[in-house]
Design a protein. Structure first.
Length: 268
């Protein structure tokens, strides 16, 4: 259509349209006040320019739909306890947490598995949390802590293949964006009376043990990172099993604010 209009305009000029009329019709200004200056270009130049513009618009539309890596922030404090990673904030390339140790707690994970590890400070706090739960009459088990970027990649891709992209993006982080990579997070579970474990299920939040954790985790430096009904802010569905260590003082402030981590740190 654009090519037809251009050749039609050229025909009108050659047929006797005055220079002033041409200036009025073709030299109109764009919305931002930039002069188009079409009368100085040949029909062939105009056709090439039109095609280039259409291709550029298609690229911009595709970029808007798929998102851009340029919009993602690489955090500059990956080793700090207040580091925040989410779908918009990633860890630096090649990052590995320091001082990874295995907390002295009960695990629902094989011995020697790296997911039994946490940063030393967080591991000690987890021991205190589990002891506090025990004193309150609840048995907690650690299930998944540290994950390398390779492990996270496998988990994410496997979730995509087995459960679909939409489900994977609700519950699993893409490599580089996982809190488990920081060494400051631990997924927990509880044993079932019938044997085995509850697993990583939302039902944990409805149990007495899960409710105790939600009410008291901050006293040991942890928060429920992805609270119920806040997926539009955190980017992930409700995960009562996912504990994130911030230290007692900061975790208590977050807990008492009743805000998500993103809201508390003004990242939403």
């Amino acid at each position: 259509m654009k090519k037809i209009l251009i050749w039609t305009s050229l025909f009108i000029v050659l047929a006797g349209c005055t220079q002033d009329d041409q200036g009025a019709s073709l030299n109109a200004k764009s919305a931002d006040g930039v002069q188009f200056g079409i009368k100085t270009k040949s029909p062939l130049e105009l056709v090439v320019e039109s095609d280039d513009n259409e291709q550029e618009q298609e690229k911009e539309k595709e970029s808007e739909q798929n998102g851009s890596e340029a919009d993602v922030i690489t955090v500059d404090n990956p080793h700090e306890t207040d580091v925040i990673v989410n779908k918009q904030r990633r860890l630096p390339e090649g990052f590995e947490p320091k001082d990874l140790v295995e907390p002295n707690v009960s695990f629902n994970a094989p011995e020697g598995n790296p997911k039994r590890l946490m940063k030393k400070e967080a591991a000690q706090a987890l021991e205190d949390l589990f002891e506090g739960a025990k004193n309150a009459g609840f048995d907690l088990y650690a299930q998944s802590g540290y994950r390398s970027i390779e492990t996270q990649a496998w988990i994410y891709n496997n979730n995509v293949e087995t459960k679909g992209q939409e489900h994977a993006d609700k519950y699993s982080a893409v490599p580089g964006h996982s809190e488990h990579h920081t060494g400051l997070a631990m997924d927990i579970t509880i044993p079932l009376e019938t044997g085995g474990f509850l697993g990583l299920e939302e039902a944990l939040g409805e149990t007495d043990a899960g409710q105790w954790v939600a009410e008291h985790a901050h006293e040991y430096g942890f928060v429920i990172r992805y609270p119920e009904g806040k997926s539009h802010i955190t980017g992930y569905e409700y995960e009562p099993w996912h504990l994130r260590y911030f230290g007692i003082e900061l975790a208590t402030e977050i807990h008492e604010s009743r805000l998500t981590v993103e809201e508390f740190f003004d990242l939403y």
